[in-house]
Design a binder for this molecule. Structure first.
Ligand SMILES: Cc1ncc(COP(=O)(O)O)c(C=O)c1O
Length: 401
């Protein structure tokens, strides 16, 4: 057997398959109800719309799709993205301030490569998106955890931590934030706090990386203006994606930032992927032009609101009182707090044995906290939501006796 360990880089060693990979491998003949990733409701995917787009494509369109394209993205898609963002008060020049990326995940990777050095102080939510923590870790930063409550990131603690850093001769370089329906707890940051974050960024001179995949999936009125729509000095970089509102498989994401920042990120992307997939970019452009994106967002939001309600009702009727949660006002996840000392990593193994999977909360903290779990309601059917939540409720009652 090859001794694989001696070949990995220092970073490569950290990519050993984690708890989710080992536990969630499908076992033949058994059904696993997955409340895990943020996958799309399958019947709601825009299958017919995308099929029609390819049937209608002209020879010139096919040539553009199948050829190399510019690293920043297809000009027609960049124009559509600029128009789409203008509808949410974000002004971005399609010629130099937007890059199409392979999902938002590539945007996170680009930011990590271009802006983070070893030892940099990076402000993150506690909890926050696990794959952002993982992408940032590749540059060996120091994470500064800022608690999240039902109104989003706690700006008072943020200011205290910034003051402390300054007093010890250090400075925060970047804040990573998901203000609208934070992953994993679905909290929605108030407008007052959004403005405070921007004031603190000016005062303490750090940049902000705003990640907004879930803001469009809002159950109670339009999403509040993103930080990028309020920023006056070009210190906010903003990423969003088709993944939650249209299709994750298309891998269409984008990042907008000031032209100096995008210039550097385009060079970095050139090394990673040269350019995005042309077929997907063409389909995305046409979905915008034909009004399909505008129709798809309210359509899928309605489906997710119903599934959220089904999950909440099943939890209220079958879960122990010691488990606590808040009603998500948007997004795809329910975040559950269990009593201190409870270990959801251990619970996952028993839960999978009973045919139900969730994501243990420890993965969403830079320094593990074990008494939380995240449930996804966008992928499973309403029937599976009820069955899975009841099974998990029985297991929790047993464990919390
Ligand atoms: C907060 C957040 N950012 C980014 C992503 C990456 O999404 P994608 O690469 O599919 O656009 C996700 C996916 O779940 C997410 O939750």
């Amino acid at each position: 057997m090859l001794d694989d360990k001696k070949f990995y880089s220092k970073l490569g060693t950290t990519y050993a398959p984690g708890i989710m990979n080992s536990i969630l491998l499908p076992k033949p003949g058994t059904k696993l109800i997955r409340f895990t990733g943020g996958s799309y409701d399958v019947p709601s995917l825009p299958t017919a719309e995308v099929k029609r787009i390819f049937e209608d494509a002209s020879p010139a369109a096919w040539a553009e799709m199948l050829q190399y394209g510019g690293t920043a993205g297809m000009p027609s898609l960049l124009n559509e993205l600029s128009k789409f963002m203008a509808g949410h008060k974000i002004n971005a020049d399609p010629g130099k301030e937007i890059i199409v990326t392979t999902g938002s995940q590539e945007a996170i990777d680009l930011v990590s490569r271009v802006f983070i050095d070893k030892g940099d102080q990076i402000l993150v939510g506690a909890p926050t998106y696990l794959q952002a923590l993982s992408a940032f870790r590749a540059q060996y930063p120091k994470f500064v955890d800022i608690p999240i409550d039902s109104e989003g990131m706690d700006t008072q603690v943020l200011e205290e931590k910034l003051k402390k850093l300054k007093a010890s001769g250090k400075r925060a370089k970047m804040l990573y934030i998901i203000p609208s329906f934070q992953n994993p707890d679905s909290s929605l940051m108030t407008m007052e706090r959004r403005k405070q974050v921007l004031e603190l960024a000016e005062k303490y001179d750090f940049i902000i990386f705003e990640d907004n995949p879930y803001g469009y999936i809002s159950f109670e009125g339009p999403m509040p203006t993103p930080l990028a729509g309020i920023d006056k000095s070009g210190r906010v970089m903003y990423t969003s994606t088709f993944s939650k509102m249209v299709s994750p498989g298309m891998r269409i994401g984008w990042i907008t930032a000031n032209p100096d920042f995008t210039g550097h990120m385009i060079e970095a992307k050139n090394n990673i992927s040269i350019c995005n997939d042309g077929l997907s970019q063409y389909a995305a452009t046409e979905l915008f032009r034909r009004g399909d994106v505008e129709r798809q967002i309210p359509k899928v939001t309605k489906v997710y609101r119903k599934k959220r309600d089904v999950m909440l009702e099943a939890m209220e009727t079958s879960w122990p009182r010691k488990a606590k949660w808040e009603e998500p006002k948007g997004g795809l996840f329910l975040w559950v707090k269990l009593p201190r000392g409870f270990d959801t990593d251990a619970l996952l193994k028993d839960s999978v044995a009973k045919g139900v999977a969730f994501v243990p909360g420890s993965l969403f903290f830079s320094k593990p906290v074990h008494n939380y779990l995240r449930l996804n309601y966008s992928l499973p059917s309403e029937e599976d939501i009820v069955t899975g939540i009841q099974a998990l409720g029985r297991l929790l009652k047993e464990k919390l006796k």
